[in-house]
Design a protein around this ligand. Structure first.
Ligand SMILES: Cc1ncc(COP(=O)(O)O)c(C=O)c1O
Length: 615
């Protein structure tokens, strides 16, 4: 255990909103003495109470001097394995988008065509061999393959491509997925080691626990912690409310805790109102049915998340898909659909809704919000932005893509987001004008058929959002944002200079690095796991066939030294399995980037502060 230092000055009064049903909101004082602040200790929350009444926030000074003195020199003794100590103020970066330039996701770093050809050939080979094996297994009535053919009068249980893919292809790298862990998924995560005695059909625990540097979890701002103000708030909420909401929103499950949290979320994203659901996936699954119907048209980016695609399908609206981030193609579809109208009748569409994500989780690309708003002005469609990965992680204040581009959130009709990735909680929200949110609350299936969010989760949401805004523990939220921004750029530039092909925006906390070829996935993942580093590898069907990749999820909880360690190890395995395939040339000397690790690290900290496209 170690105290995690913050350099932010903390002389201001701080307060933490809680939602207990008292008559007035009391904002207690938390004083911290000096500018070299430590995250204060876990007893802090008991002396920093504030309460809510019908949304009115009234500040009252704490009467008890005893309590005041208790709060004076408190520290949270943070666990280093959850949140690493910042070792220098140089390891921070403030995100800024130069609005004089168009937003630009760097162009795709395409490898030599033989990389694609060999990858596709590998797939074909596996598919042919797999089918031959299936053929003989069926002929010879192999008991292990009985589910593939008609048996005892029953139709085959699994005989489609999904089943073939899982048995014959994914099975070979199955140990890279579903790895069991224990403890907090913070800076480190603890892997419960297992082995397979029968080529990945079964797994047995070895009994060993392995602490791994965590580049696998969504924990952008490092709020996945077992100590700190958020944990204390969650604990207090359990003491007051218990664990569950006790019902759906419309039937007994709506408490004052929900009302407060929705206000906190709406204020944070800059919208009039918000509604929170207990799961991000289900938020998207149910929301579209209350926004559009069969007389409406939804135009969706081709890389939108599965939950969006599912939700649109459930709504019954007509769907058109445009090429990822390609506004020219989108405009073509808009013109055609507006002039042609609905099929057969050619009546105008009742509503047109465009759906995009703020930050795309497999590519690290950002939506072209300014471009979309230009089109919106011209064609008058509604705009829905899923901020699952951008809220908390993008923008100088962490308020998502609008903040990143310096655009008023009021220009976007519906902002959706999840509370999982940046806030260490769970759930999803819809933030919009009150009229839209009211409609969603009344007509949305999520309000009627699904249990409302759990109070400790709401406490975590409030507490983390208020930390980011500085209402709680001023300076800490800012530091988290700046550390995340630094770490993201540092890792990205480091990998690029080593010669790896990295996709997406320079500021993206998702750093996907191309491996292309599926056999490289297990090689990469297992090697890093053996070196105590946990990463997520992704292949088909989450990516196109020849675009397998590793996705590093950067966190504010990581230190610069952690990233150096990662770069060293990735450099070694990258050379060994030959994935340094970037074809991008360095703007400095016009040569392919293949720098030595020592040279990369020598100037990386300073270069991160500049324009990465110039390096
Ligand atoms: C864009 C997007 N929307 C929604 C979701 C679902 O969120 P949750 O995991 O919180 O259910 C995800 C999950 O990763 C996502 O990437």
């Amino acid at each position: 255990m170690a105290a995690v230092t913050q350099d932010a000055s903390n002389t201001e009064e701080t307060s933490q909103v809680k939602f207990f049903p008292k008559d007035e909101l009391v904002l207690d004082e938390l004083e911290s003495s000096d500018s070299d602040m430590h995250l204060t200790d876990s007893s802090a929350s008991s002396t920093t109470s504030s309460y809510l009444s019908e949304g009115s926030l009234k500040s009252t000074k704490h009467k008890s001097t005893k309590q005041q003195s208790q709060t004076k020199h408190q520290h949270y003794e943070l666990n280093e394995s959850e949140f690493g100590t910042l070792t220098s103020n140089k390891y921070k970066y403030i995100q800024r988008q130069d609005m004089s330039k168009p937003v630009i996701n760097p162009p795709e770093d395409k490898p030599h065509p033989w990389v694609y050809h060999s990858t596709i050939f590998g797939w074909l080979f596996l598919i042919v061999i797999g089918h031959i094996r299936d053929f003989f297994a069926k002929i010879m009535d192999d008991p292990d393959s009985r589910h593939l053919k008609e048996y005892n009068g029953y139709a085959p249980l699994t005989s489609d491509f999904d089943s073939f893919y899982t048995r014959r292809l994914k099975h070979r790298l199955d140990d890279c997925f579903n790895r069991p862990t224990t403890g907090v998924p913070g800076r480190y995560l603890t892997y419960l080691e297992r082995y397979t005695p029968d080529f990945f059909y079964t797994y047995l625990p070895t009994g060993r626990q392995v602490q791994c540097l965590n580049l696998a979890s969504y924990n952008y701002l490092g709020f996945a912690q077992s100590v700190g103000q958020c944990t204390d708030a969650a604990e207090e909420a359990i003491n007051h409310y218990g664990v569950i909401a006790g019902g759906t929103r419309v039937a007994g499950g709506l408490s004052d805790a929900h009302v407060v949290s929705e206000k906190v979320v709406a204020d944070f994203v800059g919208k009039e109102d918000a509604v929170i659901y207990s799961q991000g996936y289900s938020t998207n699954s149910v929301i579209f049915s209350s926004l559009v119907d069969k007389d409406c048209l939804v135009i969706s980016d081709e890389l939108n998340h599965a939950s969006i695609r599912f939700g649109i399908r459930m709504s019954g609206a007509s769907l058109k898909v445009f090429k990822h981030n390609n506004l020219k193609k989108l405009e073509q579809i808009l013109r055609k659909e507006i002039s042609g109208g609905k099929p057969r009748t050619h009546r105008p569409w009742k509503k047109i809704l465009i759906v995009v994500e703020g930050l795309y989780s497999m590519e690290g690309t950002i939506c072209d919000l300014p471009g979309l708003l230009e089109l919106k002005k011209k064609y008058k469609f509604y705009l829905f932005v899923d901020e699952a990965h951008s809220i908390g992680a993008m923008g100088p204040k962490g308020r998502g893509v609008c903040d990143y581009f310096g655009i008023s959130p009021n220009k976007v009709d519906i902002l959706m987001g999840t509370l999982t990735k940046s806030f260490g909680a769970t759930g999803g929200y819809i933030a919009a004008d009150k009229a839209i949110v009211d409609r969603v609350k009344c007509a949305g299936l999520g309000s009627v058929y699904s249990e409302n969010s759990a109070p400790p989760v709401l406490a975590q949401i409030n507490s983390s959002l208020q930390t980011i805004t500085g209402q709680v523990r001023p300076g800490e939220g800012e530091e988290r944002l700046q550390r995340l921004a630094f770490n993201s750029r540092y890792l990205r530039l480091g990998l690029k200079r080593l010669g790896f092909s990295v996709c997406g925006l320079d500021d993206s906390p998702i750093v996907p690095m191309m491996l292309y070829n599926v056999p490289r996935l297990p090689a990469f993942s297992r090697w890093l796991l053996n070196r105590g580093i946990a990463v997520v590898v992704v292949g088909y069907p989450a990516t196109p066939l020849a675009s397998a990749r590793v996705r590093f999820c950067v966190s504010a909880s990581l230190t610069k030294e952690d990233l150096d360690r990662l770069l060293y190890d990735v450099d070694k395995i990258g050379s060994r399995i030959r994935v340094k395939m970037s074809t991008e040339k360095s703007p400095i000397d016009g040569k392919l980037r293949r720098m030595k690790i020592e040279d990369v690290l020598a100037t990386l900290v300073d270069d991160v502060q500049g324009d990465l496209s110039k390096f």
